[in-house]
Design a binder for this molecule. Structure first.
Ligand code: BTN
Length: 260
């Protein structure tokens, strides 16, 4: 059996899910799991199909950025078919699932920086990218892309050395990627099914939101808003109280903390 089959079969044998990961496409190296997931979703891949790679050569991040995915990181994309109403919940499902899996497997406390960065001690450990395709008023498919720094030394990568951390860096020892992936898929499935019933995931999500209560700047393209991050809406939007007392509802953007 090749090494690649070993990793794939040990992941399969550890899966505790009903449908997420039951169809698994594993690659030792890939350009981006998002690209493959999108292609097979368009060809009719079943809900819950997972594309996973040991490393990505052109990993994609939010807002058109690149995402570094060397060996030792986790890179995967999950194909789902949520209802249109629950589509905004996917961000919450993904980041909350990551926080829970990190706690479960590594025993580390992680927090969410709005909208969907997962941080440990203020440094990014996991990034999430959601892409979807609609057909009329129906979601044809949505893809959750998750990249997590698991067993890598962030100091060895100048692009991320100041802003990022990894689980092994925080713990001082390596973490089983198979156990972590299996736990993450279980957490995601549980939260996704909960969200499909209309359950208010945002309440649990905001409990882990480190952004709330802080003075922040949110950049959206070339414009920026400043204010106090006051609340989260059911759809996951951020309510900002500007200095003049007026409120802004922010749907997408990049947060920088000005004052805690
Ligand atoms: C971000 O924080 O900018 C989002 C990063 C998302 C990275 C993941 S890794 C798996 C999937 N494949 C990609 O090319 N990107 C996402």
């Amino acid at each position: 059996m090749s090494n690649c089959q070993n990793i794939e079969s040990s992941l399969r044998s550890q899966l505790n899910t009903e449908f997420i990961g039951r169809q698994l496409h594993y690659y030792p190296s890939l350009t981006s799991t998002m690209e493959v997931a999108k292609k097979i979703a368009r060809e009719g891949a079943a809900e819950g199909t997972v594309v996973i790679a040991d490393e990505q050569t052109s990993g994609r991040g939010r807002l058109g950025r690149a995402w570094l995915s060397p060996k030792g990181s986790l890179a995967m994309s999950i194909i789902l078919q949520p209802s249109l109403n629950s589509l905004p919940q996917l961000i919450m499902v993904a980041s909350l699932g990551a926080v829970r899996a990190i706690e479960q497997i590594a025993g580390l406390k992680a927090q969410i920086k709005w909208p969907n960065d997962v941080l440990i001690r203020g440094k990014k450990v996991c990034g999430i990218l959601i892409e979807s395709e609609l057909r009329g008023k129906r979601v044809n498919f949505a893809i959750i892309g998750i990249g997590m720094n698991v067993n890598l030394n962030p100091l060895a990568f100048p692009e991320i050395s100041i802003t990022a951390t990894s689980l092994s860096h925080e713990l001082g020892k390596e973490v089983s990627k198979t156990e972590l992936t299996s736990a993450l898929l279980s957490q995601l499935e549980q939260l996704y099914l909960e969200a499909q019933t209309g359950a208010p995931i945002y309440r649990q999500w905001q409990e882990h939101m480190e952004t709330l209560g802080k003075w922040i700047q949110v950049r959206v393209g070339k414009s920026a808003e400043q204010g106090k991050a006051e609340a989260i809406t059911e759809n996951g939007n951020l309510i900002l109280r500007r200095a003049d007392g007026s409120l802004a509802e922010i749907v997408v953007g990049d947060v920088t903390v000005i004052k805690n």
